[in-house]
Structure formats: C-alpha cells, structure tokens
Design a protein around this ligand. Sequence first.
Ligand SMILES: [Zn+2]
Length: 94
Amino acid sequence: MSVRASTAARGYGSPHQQARQRYLARYRPGDPCTRCGQPLPRDTSLIDLGHNDTRTGWTGLEHQACNRRAGAINGNRARSNPPPKPVRRTSVWD
Ligand SMILES: [Zn+2]
C-alpha cells in the first residue's frame, strides 16, 4: 500500500522546502533562472525551486514569477472540472 501525502504530492511540502534550502546553499547571486535563463535576484525570498513536469524531481532555482506561471498552467489543467450548471426550470406545472 502506497503512502499518499497530498501536500507533498503537490510539490510544496516539507521535502520541497528542504530541497530548496539545499539549492540555495549553493546559490550565488546572479545565477541564471533554470526556466528563463535571466539572472536571479540577490533576495532569495524571491527565488523558488522548480520541479519537473511530473514532479518527481527538481530542475533548479528559478524566479518566483516563472515558477508561479508554470504552476498556474498545471493547476488550470487539474482544475478542468466545471461546476454543475444550474437547473433550468421548465414551466410544465404553470
Ligand atoms: Zn525566470
């Protein structure tokens, strides 16, 4: 039986935070973003750790904006479950 941790499965659980710290320990200001290639900011609070599409591994440090943009795309795909349409009343009894 496999263990399913929903928070970790989404990629933002404790293992993610620990991996981010490991990457940040080797980080030098100006290192390139793995997603867009532009230099990363000196303020490490603005840096996220990117993960691959299947969320089985890390790709490296990237801009928070780049990471959030990619996450939104994945999230939209997962959220493709539309709410039920309101029942349209027919006036059969009137
Ligand atoms: Zn970037």
